[in-house]
Design a protein around this ligand. Sequence first.
Ligand code: ADP
Length: 186
Amino acid sequence: MSDYGSDTLPSTTNRTQPNILVTGTPGTGKTTTCEMIADATSLQHIDVSRLVKEKGLHEGYNEEFDTFILDDEKLCDELEDVMEEGGKIVDFHSCEVFPERWFDLVIVLRADNGVLYGRLEQRNYAPKKITENIECEIMQVVLEEARDSYAEEIVVELPSNTADEMESNVQRVVQWIELFKENHRE
Ligand code: ADP
């Protein structure tokens, strides 16, 4: 993110605080990273998977894939006004459902297969679900989705295998948030 100066920030935004999307395959560290960033800044963490369950923003459960079937429209309606305020750090394993204009920075967390396998096993995911997620990570599905859905210069891929890497990711994003705020004062 070092080449990520204020001059590359989208000039169209009226937000005084940025909206950031943290995405990646399940188990790459999105929720933990978002919580740490929210603790260190004024940004509010939005855990989309939890929101979908709590507010019923889905069309039922898919037994085969062991997951909720997302209702994209309901989800975006639910978040529209919230995102308009700015200052949100959104945590979700998919990124193509959201409007491009919502985000000033998109972080894609990555993890090595062995590391990810251990984390998903710890979660007691079924073997099929573990395999699907590992394949998704190997094929860079979420990264490609992010690159297809957002401007190239706002998508940043970060490794999240170790606690040190996570700490460094958090620090970089916190610095970036401070810079954004300095450059978007009212
Ligand atoms: P996600 O939200 O992407 O599904 P989580 O934040 O829930 O991932 O992390 C899954 C597990 O992996 C948690 O137990 C978390 O503590 C651990 N973890 C995530 N990222 C790292 C990391 N970079 N280093 C060490 N442990 C991590």
